[in-house]
Ligand binder design. Sequence first.
Ligand code: SUG
Length: 454
Amino acid sequence: MAQTYEVNFDGLVGPTHHYAGLSYGNVASLSHKNQVANPKEAALQGLRKMKFLASLGLKQGIIPPQERPNLSALRLLGFDGTPEQILKKAMQEAPEILSAVWSSSSMWTANAATVSPSFDSQDGRVHFTPANLSCKFHRSIEADTTGKILKAIFRDPSTFAHHSPLPSSAAFQDEGAANHSRFCKNYGEPGLQFFVYGRTAFQKSKVEPKNFPARQTREASVALARLHRLDPNRVVYAQQNPDAIDAGAFHNDVVAVGNSNVLFFHENAFLDTEEVIASLKKKFHEISSSELKIVQVAESEVKLSDAVKSYLFNSQLIHLNQTSREMALIAPQESQEVDAVRTYLEKLIRDESQPIREVHYFDLKQSMQNGGGPACLRLRVVLTEEEIAKSNLGVYFSDSLYHQLCAWVNRHYRDRLTSQDLVDVSLLREVQIALDELTQILNLGSIYPFQLGS
Ligand code: SUG
């Protein structure tokens, strides 16, 4: 069997990270609107998490931030003139649009794309579809550059298949891997792909959330499975519980996380839970002749509201090291701070009927205050040794890259940013200088509009 890894590609937080309250339905984003952000600390917090995972012997990669502000989006909306004039007009006439085009939201790479490993695709290639993120304007402007970055990392067309984002329409809203998991006995064997959606588009869903938007459609999930050439017998679809969306679980990864042969989730995460679990277990057994382990957390142990507040299920569920079957949770510090959640986790790791043995808490407050926990910050890509060798090695983590990136962040990032700063054209220039240097550090060539003259 080819040596195979699940590589975590973390989004490096961009130099324009700020709190704009752009994501209706994401409780943290709305409640931290206009708070002062610290982009430097945000990026360093993310890098520390990557360093820890790499220190366990897990493979870690990096996805660079996008160029912001996205001036072409402003031009499309009728703002014209020099960059200074465009920023000034947008600030006067539409400050919320100005904030959106400066957003550093591409850092949440769980939303960058849906990825299917070569073991699952009928043509034996690794498939990537950048998410159109069409539910939110500030996120919808990520898809194009995301595609370019993924192509710059995974270059060889006989090994990697890159699809265009799904049509940008309400019918095909797609939020990427945040609503997608893959279960397998070993990474290097065929797996079961699990797609979770919030609503159906063409036939109205039986139930839908009442307060907050469902960001992913079933039609989008089905199209992804088709594009990625998945065997329909190795796919399960499930609808998110509308109550979970209304409680603030705008992506399924706020209430569920899977790894290998384990699903860890809140009992109110899905609609028709019993059927969903039965179908996952049955198909998993057919594929792997082994058992899918279910770690279901009851409302009586952790309330849905506490799950959303603590982001417990937005932990990364990882193997303790490259060879172990036992697992650890990389949890946000907020999970330690909510009493019921901390107590639950203390009990969980003593329960030997399930494989989660350790919990490591991380301070990711800068990202968390915008609704992005440990799992939001990473895109998982299952790759064989050979596929890794065919990808761009410049983006893989090492101690020396860690030090280089920390120095780069310290050199270029501000430690204070508010919406008032977004009219400042010198910030635009700072970002371009920083990103130009970053593409050299990561050996990515030209990927940004300012480098491509577009
Ligand atoms: O899309 N927040 C992101 C958080 C994404 C979290 N990702 C996952 N769950 N996988 C979002 O809502 C807030 C930006 C602001 O308000 O400034 C934001 O976009």
